[in-house]
Design a protein around this ligand. Structure first.
Ligand SMILES: *[C@@H]1O[C@H](CO)[C@@H](O)[C@H](O)[C@H]1NC(C)=O
Ligand SMILES: *[C@@H]1O[C@H](CO)[C@@H](O)[C@H](O)[C@H]1NC(C)=O
Ligand SMILES: *[C@@H]1O[C@H](CO)[C@@H](O)[C@H](O)[C@H]1NC(C)=O
Ligand SMILES: *[C@@H]1O[C@H](CO)[C@@H](O)[C@H](O)[C@H]1NC(C)=O
Ligand SMILES: *[C@@H]1O[C@H](CO)[C@@H](O)[C@H](O)[C@H]1NC(C)=O
Ligand SMILES: *[C@@H]1O[C@H](CO)[C@@H](O)[C@H](O)[C@H]1NC(C)=O
Ligand SMILES: *[C@@H]1O[C@H](CO)[C@@H](O)[C@H](O)[C@H]1NC(C)=O
Ligand SMILES: *[C@@H]1O[C@H](CO)[C@@H](O)[C@H](O)[C@H]1NC(C)=O
Ligand SMILES: *[C@@H]1O[C@H](CO)[C@@H](O)[C@H](O)[C@H]1NC(C)=O
Length: 897
């Protein structure tokens, strides 16, 4: 009895609190998201949305997701039914029962409003995967023809339905990637068992007076020079909700987020009954603070506000937008390749392809870390291929200065054109009238959401295949309506184009699987780094350490990595794709480095392969920016852009990423990072040329002289060559400064090559070490496939397995948010490929963190100092430094300053 009574009391109390907490909006101009959901399968609670949304209901037995947005599996993780770590472990995901997700589910939420006469209420969606019926208080708000498409956001008038106590119920229908315009994964990873079905984006409730505003659009017009006042145009559509004319005062304000001059303008407008009109404001911003990509400058942001008041001073609605003053344009150059200009400066895109979490669980803190890593690597762009995520993603990119190339995803329903040969092998029906309408609405919603964000570089309306003329025209019309003033590009490939967009100027010729480092600089081949390459890589991204693998693999799974080189692995790409094994990669690893003798040996060899692969790709694209002499098939011009495939993984994967799922940077990260330095010196495996590159906006006059020191060592540590050369650097420049053909022609052994670039004062700008086999890998270009080019003879690095051990000493001091590591090689041979890791007192890796460089090679008697830094705002308690190289190993305790 007592227990029952206290439970009842608790229930009453929690309902009381619920009542108080759940008042979503109470004033005109306010918008609030539905903060939490109860959810249940229709197999359990039936299909009667009218009933489920009508009254009080005991939802005790439902699942409770304390978040505003989640896919079905995402919600069940939030509700602690599933544990993501466990789902991601080994092949546990395979064991989830798909049948559970083949029926519709109900999302339900109760909330309080304060409806009063003259006040209007709206329910706003931003995309539900992939169809939904929406009911409020027993009445239909929308059905599955109206709320269809993962990116379709609509505003529904619910004024006549709202009460003080409200019940919202949304029935979501199972998503089919072949039939729905949803978010699919193609071959990236296994598909989530629910196909991402659910309320994956926020649902909002908005309250207004008699006039409601559509989102505020902001269009800045930058002048040349950039110091001229900038005209900023503010635009919005107004709707009079009443059946009488209404006169309103619109007040627009613009100011720097950090303060300063506030520009205010007012307009009096009379809107006829039940009608809509557009409102425009123009403002000239004096002394404009220009927004730059991170590597070129600061990221000042402005805020624009628009407030609509009735003549008695009551606020009717309010809208605001954060924006930056920057311009983006895009042209086809003389070679028909896309080249972007940011603030009128030619902008070589050096980027990578992004994936969200497999269950679309967006974590702003993780995204911020990912951006900080990407900036640390020297990337300036991230491609979002149909994974356009949430406004928060753009806000964070705006603040950190990373450009985003948004767009629609490849394949599946999105590219169901009768001229797409993939259609023949997938059960995807071509578009119906309804699909065209959904695509149009999707484009409008997304471009409207993105339009003010300075981080957005453009929108690709096709990926592998270009949309047909009807779809292209709908996409372009939607973008125009949204005042999306950024480049809209027809596709990410050169397979064809719509007459309305013209050629994309982007190529998509692969590779996606392993190719040797000379692939990228062999002149006049498919591989030559040239033009704008929209997605490509040697496919690497092996997690860098045992501690990573242990988080998601069993001992047997780990054994498979080195004992079963050709096996299909669940943590590679989706089963059935060419990328579900590591066969091409492993064939190269075995041939080039010798069969691994243990898992540790495999991981070491894999990191050598990964570092070499990413460095070669990034260096080649940077080197070929501005080189008219490069000749390649398909694109004969300078390398104007490159999107590395890929940035990150949707879950703990074994390839296609620059760091592992737990944010451990490995070989692929540090190879790319070496190549990402502002000023850099690089070697071409194929041509034996030494290249220098500089992506600074300016080099002070009189400080352009540079020096390169070249040295070559045998595996025994004997110096085989030493020389220097001098040259003059320039901003926005790359060029060939020297040939080592003669020097290396005399060498028929495995050697190390060290390049050191210094400025006039002798300061090291870049130090770059290669290990070179007696002969380079031989590619069989004729046999190239869409995802790789086979190798007929592999380079032989096995001499490096027999390096003499190197004795090193290390000194490491913690100083604030950095650890300073001084390492010295006392041996007569190089200390080869030393990976430094920081661990805490529990032996766990300290993450996330950045290193100046890692996988470091030291010449005999060489001494280097490196810094590891904490990634902003994180707790930082390293106690130990572990150093593991190919011929050396050491663990030391850190000193405190
Ligand atoms: C999920 O499982 C892992 C490993 O079993 C555990 O460490 C973690 O705490 C669990 N997470 C939650 C939210 O319960
Ligand atoms: C949804 O509602 C619209 C308009 O009321 C109607 O034309 C359409 O047939 C409905 N669709 C479904 C699937 O019920
Ligand atoms: C997911 O999509 C695939 C292909 O479109 C389909 O075969 C499968 O049944 C879908 N699964 C669910 C749970 O809807
Ligand atoms: C915009 O509106 C917000 C909230 O009403 C206010 O805090 C801010 O000062 C306004 N900013 C400008 C530039 O008017
Ligand atoms: C303005 O607000 C007051 C107080 O809420 C209300 O009495 C009045 O009717 C409102 N005026 C209009 C034009 O809505
Ligand atoms: C670029 O495209 C145009 C029109 O499609 C064509 O006439 C021209 O020859 C092309 N230029 C090059 C360098 O391929
Ligand atoms: C794996 O496949 C390669 C060809 O790609 C073959 O040469 C090798 O023998 C196979 N290894 C095993 C262990 O099956
Ligand atoms: C920068 O380099 C690109 C590529 O070579 C070239 O097109 C552009 O004209 C250069 N711009 C300046 C300002 O030097
Ligand atoms: C390297 O070349 C030299 C002279 O050209 C020759 O004597 C030597 O045997 C060669 N070594 C190898 C490993 O082929």
């Amino acid at each position: 009895m007592k227990t029952a009574r206290s439970t009842a009391l608790l229930l009453l109390l929690s309902q009381l609190f619920l009542h108080v907490d759940a008042t979503l909006v109470s004033k005109a101009g306010q918008v609030a998201v539905i903060p939490t959901w109860d959810l249940q399968s229709t197999a359990v609670v039936g299909n009667d949305l009218g009933k489920l949304s009508r009254d009080r209901l005991d939802t005790e037995s439902w699942y409770h997701a304390p978040v505003s947005k989640c896919t079905l599996i995402g919600c069940l993780i939030e509700a602690k039914v599933y544990n993501e770590t466990e789902l991601f472990f080994s092949d546990n995901l395979r064991k989830l029962d798909e049948n559970k997700f083949l029926v519709p589910w109900i999302y339900r939420s109760e909330f309080t409003l304060q409806p009063t006469p003259g006040q209007h209420f709206f329910l706003q969606t931003n995309g539900i995967s992939s169809r939904a019926d929406i009911y409020l208080n027993g009445k239909k708000v929308a059905n599955s023809s109206e709320q269809a498409g993962s990116y379709v956001g609509r505003r529904y008038d619910i004024t006549d339905i709202v009460r003080t106590e409200n019940v919202l119920a949304i029935k979501v229908y199972p998503t089919d990637y072949y039939r729905d315009l949803a978010l699919g994964w193609v071959d990236w990873n296994p598909w989530p068992t629910d196909n991402g079905t659910g309320v994956w984006r926020d649902v909002e409730i908005k309250q207004t007076g008699p006039v409601v505003l559509d989102p505020l659009r902001v269009v800045p017009y930058l002048g040349a020079p950039l110091t001229l006042p900038v005209k900023v145009s503010l635009r919005a559509r107004l709707h009079n909700l009443e059946d009488r004319a209404i006169t309103i005062e619109a007040v627009a304000q613009v100011a720097l987020e950090s303060g300063g001059t506030k520009y205010t303008r007012r307009q009096l407008i009379t809107i006829p009954p039940k009608s809509s009109l557009d409102i425009f404001f123009e403002e000239f911003i004096e002394n404009p603070q220009i927004w730059w990509p991170r590597q070129w400058g600061d990221q000042p942001l402005y805020i624009a506000n628009l407030t609509i008041q009735t003549i008695d001073g009551n606020i009717s609605d309010h809208a605001s937008a954060t924006f930056g003053l920057r311009s983006v344009t895009r042209q086809l150059n003389a070679h028909n390749d896309t080249i972007f200009f940011v603030n009128n400066r030619p902008f070589q895109v050096i980027g990578a392809g992004y994936t969200p979490n497999m269950f679309l669980r967006f974590d702003p803190a993780k995204w911020e870390t990912e951006l900080r890593y990407a900036l640390d690597l020297g990337l300036n762009t991230i491609r979002l291929e149909g994974k356009n995520e949430h406004p928060e993603l753009y806000n964070i990119a705006d603040r950190l200065g990373m450009m985003l190339l948004a767009g629609w995803e490849c394949c599946d329903k999105w590219e169901a054109w009768d001229y797409n040969p993939d259609l023949a092998v997938s059960p995807t029906p071509v578009w119906t009238d309804e699909d065209y309408a959904i695509a149009h609405e999707s484009m409008f919603h997304e471009t409207l959401m993105m339009q003010a964000h300075p981080s957005v570089l453009g929108f690709l309306i096709g990926s592998d295949y270009w949309p047909d003329e009807r779809a292209t025209s709908l996409y372009l019309e939607a973008a125009r309506k949204a005042d999306f003033q950024l480049p809209v590009i027809g596709a990410a490939s050169k397979r064809g184009f719509s007459m309305q967009t013209g050629p994309s100027g982007m190529r998509m010729d692969g590779p996606y699987d392993w190719v040797p480092p000379n692939y990228w600089t062999t002149p006049d081949t498919l591989g030559t780094a040239a033009g704008f390459a929209s997605e490509l890589s040697a496919g690497v991204g092996t997690p860098g350490s045992l501690s990573s693998l242990e988080q998601f693999l069993t001992a047997d799974d780990m054994d498979d990595l080195w004992r079963q080189p050709n096996k299909s692995l669940f943590h590679m790409s989706r089963a059935g794709s060419p990328f579900d094994t590591r066969e091409i990669y492993n064939a190269a690893l075995w041939a080039r480095w010798g069969a691994p003798t243990s898992l540790d040996d495999y991981l070491m060899k894999a990191q050598l392969m990964d570092y070499e692969a990413t460095r070669a790709q990034f260096e080649a694209f940077r080197a070929h920016w501005g080189d008219g002499r490069v000749l390649a098939q398909g694109s004969k011009g300078p390398a104007t852009g490159m999107i590395y495939w890929m940035l990150n993984n949707a879950w703990p994967g074994l390839h296609w990423s620059l760091w592992d799922y737990y944010m451990r940077p490995g070989g692929s990260y540090f190879g790319a990072k070496v190549a990402g330095r502002e000023e850099h010196v690089a070697f071409s495996y194929a041509t034996k040329d030494v290249w220098a590159m500089n992506r600074a906006l300016e080099v002070p006059i009189g400080q352009e002289k540079r020096r390169i020191e070249v040295s070559v060592l045998g595996v025994d540590g004997k110096e085989m060559f030493k020389g220097t050369s001098v040259f003059t650097t320039k901003p926005n420049w790359s060029g060939r400064v020297e040939s080592l053909r003669e020097v290396l022609g005399k060498v028929n052994d495995t050697v190390f090559l060290r390049l050191i670039l210094t400025d006039e004062k002798g300061k090291t700008l870049s130090r770059n070490i290669y290990w070179l086999a007696p002969e380079i890998d031989v590619l069989d270009w004729e046999q190239s496939d869409w995802y790789f080019t086979p190798v007929t003879k592999y380079a032989d690095f096995t001499a490096l397995n027999k390096l003499e051990p190197a004795d090193i000493t290390i000194d490491a001091v913690v100083d604030g948010d950095g650890v300073f590591v001084t390492v010295e090689n006392h041996a007569m041979v190089p200390a080869f490929f030393i990976k430094f890791d920081l661990v805490d007192e529990h032996g766990r890796d300290v993450l996330p963190l950045t290193w100046d460089e890692n996988y470091v090679t030291l010449w005999p008697k060489e001494k280097l100092t490196l810094r590891a830094g904490v990634v902003q705002g994180r707790k930082w308690e390293p106690v130990q430094l572990k150093a593991v190289g190919k011929n050396t190993e050491k663990t030391i305790r850190l000193k405190r300053k």
